[in-house]
Design a protein around this ligand. Structure first.
Ligand SMILES: NC(=O)c1ccc[n+]([C@@H]2O[C@H](COP(=O)([O-])OP(=O)(O)OC[C@H]3O[C@@H](n4cnc5c(N)ncnc54)[C@H](O)[C@@H]3O)[C@@H](O)[C@H]2O)c1
Length: 356
């Protein structure tokens, strides 16, 4: 087996963030990426992609792309990042999400089998979205999986599950139950990868990432990235509109921490047997995030609108302690440090220029 690390979706936000460390660790790193126009407005190779990485422009759902790629390369490790990532968009473009995320994964596995390539491990970047509303606990200590918030419930401004408080991802009582098509496709990726890999003697590794933010994230993709969206409004001196009652909880995990976790999963000695949650451990309300962004730009206070999006999850954050145990990873950059850093990076970009 050659000393090759293959990174699908390797020209994206997270792919660029891992590219330097992987180029240090492997004889060669190949990024397979179709430079999706929703993510790469310029259609050019991103400058943040380490120059040592070979970029193969191609679609993971195309059989011929895989045959060409594997004809000359036998990856020792695969990091599977390629995905359609628009959670809200996935409700109206479910076939597009399923095709890239699910069929893209099966195409990759079929191609590895066809070319008789058995990587030592395949690492998948999965998502917090697999949990949906997750698990909530009553005052009596009983844990419930409350399921999806219905349209009728949201339309009546019933945001929470009465009498229950949410538990963090990483709690062993929490089972995946996606409430978005995106989340369902990420869970399908996990199942497909695990079933295939265990059958053929490849070690699968699944990291479920919380909301990743930081320098390098797309400023032009309207379907992802709440911090750039808020920053754009605050920079224009507009009040940031905040959905529901402002109390939606999210875990903002810095891209440098995520990159370190993925590189550990790719190169480290430990290959966790189950899915590992990667988050900062801080549950931040979206209103609090909006207030902090507004403060950076001296913008008017955020405006809580009561609007909502079907399929949005009320509360999601991760307990990072299982990742410390399983992977030897802990978060280091908290939002108080990472948010001003991201805003400074956004300010340094030319807003008129297309972002890579
Ligand atoms: N960023 C987050 O907050 C977050 C959170 C949880 C999970 N994830 C997962 O991490 C992975 C990487 O996410 P990201 O934030 O870097 O997203 P991104 O959109 O920046 O990167 C994804 C890359 O995949 C490429 N791509 C899309 N469709 C493709 C196709 N059909 N063939 C080949 N390449 C294709 C895109 O061009 C892009 O470069 C994804 O699997 C995503 O589901 C991200």
């Amino acid at each position: 087996m050659d000393d090759v690390c293959l990174v699908t979706g390797g020209a994206g936000f997270i792919g660029c963030a891992v590219s330097g460390a992987l180029a240090d660790a492997f004889g060669s790193v190949v990024a397979l990426d179709n430079l999706h126009p929703q993510v790469h407005a310029s259609g050019e190779r991103p400058t943040a992609l380490d120059p040592r990485v070979e970029l193969v422009v191609g679609d993971v759902t195309h059989e011929q792309v895989w045959d060409d790629l594997l004809a000359g390369r036998r990856p020792r490790v695969v990091l599977h990042l390629a995905a359609e990532t628009g959670t809200a968009q996935s409700l109206t473009e479910s076939t597009r999400h399923a095709t890239t995320n699910v069929v893209g994964t099966t195409r990759m596995l079929d191609a590895l089998a066809r070319h008789d390539v058995r990587p030592a491990r395949i690492v998948l970047a999965s998502s917090r979205a697999v949990y949906g509303e997750g698990a909530w606990q009553g005052a009596d200590g009983v844990v419930h999986q409350p399921g999806q918030r219905s349209h009728a419930m949201l339309a009546a401004s019933h945001w929470d599950f009465p009498g229950l408080t949410p538990l963090p991802a990483g709690d062993p009582r929490m089972a995946p139950a996606p409430t978005s098509v995106y989340g369902a496709t990420k869970l399908a990726q996990e199942h497909v990868l695990r079933a295939w890999a265990l059958a053929v003697g490849v070690k699968p590794s699944v990291l479920r990432l919380q909301n990743v933010y930081g320098p390098g994230q797309s400023l032009t993709n309207p379907y992802t990235g709440i911090v750039p969206l808020f920053a754009r409004l605050a920079r224009a001196g507009e009040p940031i509109p905040v959905f529901e009652d402002g109390a939606i909880l999210r875990d903002f995990v810095h891209v440098d921490d995520v990159a370190r976790a993925l590189v550990l999963a790719v190169t480290g000695d430990a290959v966790p047997s189950g899915a590992v949650d990667i988050g900062s451990g801080e549950a931040t309300s979206v209103l609090e995030l909006a207030r902090r962004v507004a403060a950076v730009y001296d913008a008017p206070p955020p405006r809580v609108t009561g609007a909502f999006r079907d399929g949005d999850v009320r509360a999601c954050w991760a307990d990072p302690s299982p990742a410390a145990h399983e992977l030897g990873w802990s978060p280091t950059v908290m939002l108080a440090q990472g948010l001003p850093q991201l805003c400074a990076w956004i300010d340094a970009q030319d807003p008129a220029a297309p972002q890579p």
